[in-house]
Design a binder for this molecule. Structure first.
Ligand code: PLP
Length: 355
């Protein structure tokens, strides 16, 4: 069975919008897209007066090399958030289909599903925030088209063993698309290898990656979906014609240059060191009861009184994420790891809380 049989039939049948840049490439005198012939003030070399390639080949090739996939397996979008939205819209029919998530997890899966009118089925993480594969399998029903697994998980921090991902992909074969969100994988121990290695064997697998976290490009909004070429082609049908702003594509290519890679690797090492240092220091910090294990660039902590710790931090100008709204995290705050100095601000503010 083709993975496309899981998708909405009307999307498979849709005749997509055909943009000027898709219809004709090359040429020197470009008079087919009603653009301005003149660049805007202060444009430099960006050529922002032109509509650009919907999927810029230089960036697609670079991301394919980075993630070790073929370029037909790459869809670049405005953050992985856009890919999540496209997946839900292409696979879930309103009022009939569903997604499956394991809370506490990233909020966008459920938000995108609800906007689309798809149901959200939950198979919660275990008490220790590991994935409950048995519960995930048990919760699967014919309405479920997408199963989201976030590894390392936001906001709890643990990563899923790649062997478990492979097992799930097997189990869902022909039944649902397994979407593995690896937004924080760069920060994880090497044993947590990317699910992209499984793409050739499992056409019902899709992997989300982003340049927003480890690559320092949250403001540029560049994310990638890595999946079977048929899934990529399907999503391109419903993607707006020119999704990627030219300055953002250029910022991404600079960040992915050899010098950019070296810098990103150095910063990832800094975050990993800080994660270890802060894990120990936070465990002894006033008001903190427990630091949850994390493979990501944040530490989620259980507090004696999370509301009070939040305010104490805020009083010192330190903003952390209040995650008390998530199941099993009713006493928790999520603290992103910053520079060593910023992290010291957290410790200082918490120590002040005891005084
Ligand atoms: C931050 C985050 C993303 C989204 O990132 P984009 O900026 O949209 O690429 C995706 N998934 C998880 C789990 C995240 O925490």
């Amino acid at each position: 069975m083709s993975v496309l049989e899981l998708a909405r039939p009307e999307i498979r049948a849709l005749r997509p919008y055909s943009s000027a840049r898709m219809e004709a490439r090359g040429g020197k005198v470009l008079l087919n897209a009603n653009e301005s012939a003149w660049p805007p003030y202060g444009d430099g070399d960006a050529k922002c007066n032109r509509y650009h390639d919907p999927q810029p080949s230089a960036l697609v090739e670079r991301l394919a090399a980075l993630y070790r996939v073929r370029h037909e397996q790459v869809l670049v979008g405005r953050g992985s958030d856009e890919a999540i939205d496209l997946l839900v819209r292409a696979f879930c029919e309103a009022g009939r289909d569903a997604i499956l998530i394991s809370p506490p997890t990233f909020g966008m899966y459920a938000v995108c599903a609800r906007i689309q009118g798809a149901a959200v089925i939950e198979a919660p993480l275990r008490e220790d925030f590991t994935l409950d594969s048995k519960a995930v399998l048990a919760a699967l029903n014919p309405a479920v088209k997408l199963v989201f697994v976030c590894t390392p998980n936001n906001p709890s921090g643990r990563a899923v063993d790649p062997v478990e991902i492979a097992r799930l992909a097997d189990a869902f074969d022909g039944r649902a698309l397994l979407v593995v969100d690896e937004a924080y994988l760069e920060f994880a121990d090497p044993a947590f290898s990317s699910a992209t290695a499984l793409l050739e064997r499992h056409e019902n697998l899709a992997v989300l990656r982003t340049l927003s976290k480890a690559w320092g490009l949250a403001g540029a909004r560049i994310g990638a979906l890595l999946a079977h070429p048929d899934v990529i082609a399907l999503l391109r049908r419903i993607m707006p014609p020119y999704p990627l702003p030219v300055p953002c594509v250029e910022a991404a290519l600079r960040a992915l240059s050899p010098a950019g890679v070296a810098l990103a690797e150095e910063r990832i090492q800094t975050i990993r060191r800080e994660r270890e240092r802060m894990r120990e220091r936070l465990a002894d910090a006033p008001g903190v009861r427990l630091v949850l294990p994390s493979q990501a660039n944040f530490l989620t902590v259980r507090c004696d009184d999370a509301g009070e710790s939040y305010i104490r931090l805020l009083d010192q100008g330190v903003v952390v994420r209040d995650v008390r709204g998530h199941p099993r995290l009713h006493d928790a705050l999520r603290i992103t790891l910053g520079t060593p100095r910023e992290n010291d601000c957290v410790l200082k503010a918490l120590a002040g809380a005891a005084a």
